[in-house]
Design a protein. Structure first.
Length: 284
C-alpha cells in the first residue's frame, strides 16, 4: 500500500492516466498501461470525467490496473454533480471491479449544471465526500492538496485548515496539484506538518512539453509559472522537438531535487504519453 512506502523511507513513483474521450481510442489505454507497468510504479491513478461523464471507463481502467497488472489502482471519484444514490452505485461498481482505493475530489462544476442545482448539491466539498465514504464503505481514501492553495481559497493557511479537516475525516494519503517551483511544495509541506497533517504527500509533476499546455491544463490548475519555465517556452516554444526535450529536462530536474529532499512520492501526470513518461523515468 501507499503508506508503507513512506515507512520504508522510499520515495514512491506513481502515474496518472485518463479515459480517452473517444471510444475508438480506448483500446490504446491498455497498451499504455502495460508499458507504464514496466516502469514499476507503486500505484496508478485514473481520472474522472467532468460530472462523471466517463465514470464507467474509470472503473474499467482501474480494474485492469488492479487485476491484470497487479498494481495498486486509485480511481478518482468526484461528487459535485452526485447524489448519494449516484455515489452508492459508483462505489458498488468499484467494489465489483475489485478496486478498493479512491481519490476523493469535489470536482469541477459540470457546464450543464444550473445555479440552483449547484447550490442544492448534496456534497459541497471533498470533505463531505470523504465523511460519507468513511461511514458507508471500506474504501481506502486519498485526497488532493494544493501547494499554492486552491484557487477558491483566500489564503494558504485557510486552505490548510480545510485540508486538516479532510485528513481527520479519513484521508490516508495526499496527491498534490501540479507545481513548477519546488519551493512552493517545501513551504506547503512544512506548514502542513506543523499543522499536524502527517499522512504521505505525493508531489504532482506535470511535464510541460508543448507551449500550448501553459494556456490550457496549467492555467486551469492555478499553478504559477516560474521565470525559468516561461523562458523555456519563449525560447523553444516554436520548435516542437526542442520544446519537448527542454520540458522533459525541467521535469527531471524538479524530480531529482524532490527526491534529494526525501519527499514521500513523485506522482507524474503522464497525460497518457508513454514515450515522455518513459524518458523521464529513465533519467531519474
Amino acid at each position: 500500500m501507499i503508506q508503507n512506502n513512506t515507512h520504508e523511507k522510499k520515495t514512491s513513483l506513481s502515474f496518472e492516466v485518463f479515459p480517452p474521450k473517444k471510444d475508438e481510442e480506448f483500446e490504446n489505454v491498455y497498451q499504455i498501461l502495460r508499458d507504464l507497468a514496466k516502469l514499476n510504479p507503486d500505484f496508478i491513478s485514473c481520472t474522472y470525467g467532468a460530472g462523471g461523464s466517463r465514470a464507467g471507463k474509470t472503473v474499467e481502467i482501474t480494474s485492469f490496473i488492479q487485476k491484470e497488472l497487479q498494481i495498486d489502482a486509485i480511481a478518482h471519484i468526484t461528487c459535485v454533480g452526485f447524489t448519494r444514490s449516484d455515489l452508492e452505485r459508483n462505489c458498488a461498481a468499484l467494489k465489483e471491479a475489485g478496486v478498493n482505493h479512491v481519490l476523493a475530489l469535489r470536482g469541477d462544476r459540470p457546464m450543464s449544471m444550473t445555479d440552483e442545482q449547484y447550490d442544492q448539491r448534496e456534497f459541497h466539498y471533498a470533505t463531505d465526500l470523504v465523511q460519507h465514504l468513511k461511514a458507508n464503505t471500506e474504501l481506502c481514501i486519498s485526497g488532493a492538496c494544493y501547494p499554492e492553495k486552491h484557487f477558491e481559497s483566500p489564503s494558504l493557511e485557510e486552505d490548510l485548515r480545510h485540508l486538516k479537516e479532510k485528513v481527520d475525516a479519513g484521508v490516508t494519503s495526499l496527491i498534490s496539484q501540479m507545481f513548477f517551483d519546488n519551493e512552493f511544495f517545501y513551504r506547503f509541506l512544512d506548514k502542513a506538518r506543523n499543522l499536524g497533517i502527517q499522512v504521505p504527500v505525493h508531489a504532482g509533476i506535470m511535464p510541460i512539453t508543448t507551449a500550448k499546455q501553459l494556456g490550457t491544463t496549467v492555467s486551469l490548475s492555478g499553478s504559477s509559472v516560474p521565470k525559468e519555465l516561461a523562458d523555456i517556452i519563449a525560447i523553444y516554444g516554436d520548435n516542437k522537438e526542442d520544446m519537448r526535450k527542454a520540458g522533459i529536462d525541467y521535469a527531471v530536474r524538479q524530480i531529482r531535487d524532490l527526491k534529494e529532499h526525501g519527499v514521500d512520492g513523485i506522482h507524474i501526470y503522464s497525460m497518457n504519453k508513454i514515450k515522455t513518461t518513459t524518458e523521464i523515468c529513465s533519467l531519474i
